[in-house]
Design a protein around this ligand. Structure first.
Ligand SMILES: *Cc1c(COP(=O)(O)O)cnc(C)c1O
Length: 365
């Protein structure tokens, strides 16, 4: 069976080379006599896998030494809850900029902190990101939280919006990079904390990455169980309890693949090319397809689009499937379609989608 071009938003497509290697490694790790997924996380084989994954991630993202890297079990939503516990004292002010569904989700994870919504794109359906001048930031906030790329609404902090990342003065900037990490070079030193669930751009679901300026770990947080304490996790190499070893291994393989492909500079180039192809096909369709996001903040990773006639949605998806293009159904919050074009999606996959869209329009336009 041929593998389709998979536009799924997450869990998302993995590079075929990574899946093939994983297939080989599944049965036996080297000559260890067992699979990597069957061995102790404290044994030399897995420790080597875990440490190599961190070293490679540091290389890929050019993470400075004064930043710690954690590999916590669970998703981005889990980290949304944990960052408040770890960095804000009880009742302390935290600032949130809400630019879409995941920014709203982040708010729902907050308890016993004083939340200030510094800005929100809600009033225009998250088609823009409020200009930096309009943000009402608090001087005493523990941190300012943004979502670098909104996976559902398809809005991303891009240079056309203004200075990226936004300046937040002395208050550290925390960013949810779940769906855009490693898609372009990022100056990590501009952030206090970056987190990402792995299942969009970094590998499989079940594990996250947290990159945090070390000195921030010593700031007051709230009383919390050891297992939720980033300091304890760091002291124990993210192995306070049994980590999701297979996921960690797959993440490491995916990171290694990205380095071999040319790193974030190369994915920047590919993301620019892929997103341009797709947006031009949508904008040039005479209204048959439409994307409603302000072009200055259009996401290069997730492209939501609508057919002028929603009655054609089912036929569009059915035809796409027959053409070997899957995962295009839009999120239930927005409806319509969405093409997620993460690092593992080759340019040819986007070209195949664009060709199909033009063909479909010729038949139904
Ligand atoms: C997918 C996603 C999340 C939620 O991730 P989970 O791993 O399901 O908790 C949060 N933020 C963004 C930007 C996402 O794309």
């Amino acid at each position: 069976m041929a593998r389709a071009y998979n536009f799924s938003p997450g869990p998302a497509a993995l590079p075929e080379a990574v899946l093939r290697q994983a297939q080989a490694d599944m049965l036996e790790w080297g000559d260890a006599g067992a699979s990597i997924v069957e061995m102790s996380h404290r044994g030399p084989e897995f420790l080597q896998v875990a440490r190599q994954a961190e070293a490679d991630l540091r290389t890929l993202l050019a993470i400075p030494d004064d930043y710690a890297v954690l590999f916590p079990a669970g998703g981005a939503t889990t980290q949304q809850a944990l960052i408040a516990l770890n960095f804000a004292g009880a009742g302390q002010r935290v600032d949130y900029v809400v630019s879409g569904h995941w920014g709203k989700t982040a708010l729902k994870q907050l308890v016993s902190v004083d939340v200030n919504i510094a800005a929100s794109g809600d009033s225009d359906g998250f088609r823009t990101i409020p200009a930096r001048e309009t943000w009402r930031l608090s001087k005493e906030a523990a941190y300012v939280h943004i979502t670098a790329n909104e996976t559902i609404h398809g809005v991303e902090f891009r240079p056309g919006w203004g200075r990226v990342p936004p300046d937040t003065g002395d208050v550290p900037l925390f960013a949810d990079f779940s769906s855009s990490i490693a898609s372009e070079p990022v100056d990590v030193s501009k952030y206090g904390l970056i987190y990402a669930g792995a299942q969009k751009n970094l590998g499989p679901v079940g594990i996250s990455v947290v990159i945090v300026r070390r000195d921030l770990l010593e700031r007051a947080g709230q009383p919390r169980a050891d297992i939720f304490d980033y300091r304890s996790q760091l002291a124990n190499e993210s192995m306070l309890n049994t980590p999701p070893t297979w996921n960690w291994y797959l993440l490491g393989q995916t990171v290694r693949w990205m380095i071999e492909q040319g790193g974030t500079a190369e994915f920047d180039r590919r993301s620019a090319l892929k997103s341009k192809l797709l947006y031009e096909a949508i904008d040039g369709s005479g209204g048959f397809y439409r994307n409603e996001v302000d072009p200055s903040v259009r996401s290069r990773m997730n492209v939501p689009f609508f057919l002028a006639e929603a009655a054609l949605d089912a036929a569009f998806l059915e035809g796409a499937r027959e053409a070997g293009l899957i995962g295009l159904k839009g999120h239930r919050v927005l409806g319509g379609m969405r093409a997620s074009i993460y690092n593992a999606m080759p340019v040819e996959g986007v070209q195949a989608l664009v060709d199909y869209m033009q063909e479909f329009r010729r038949h139904h336009g």
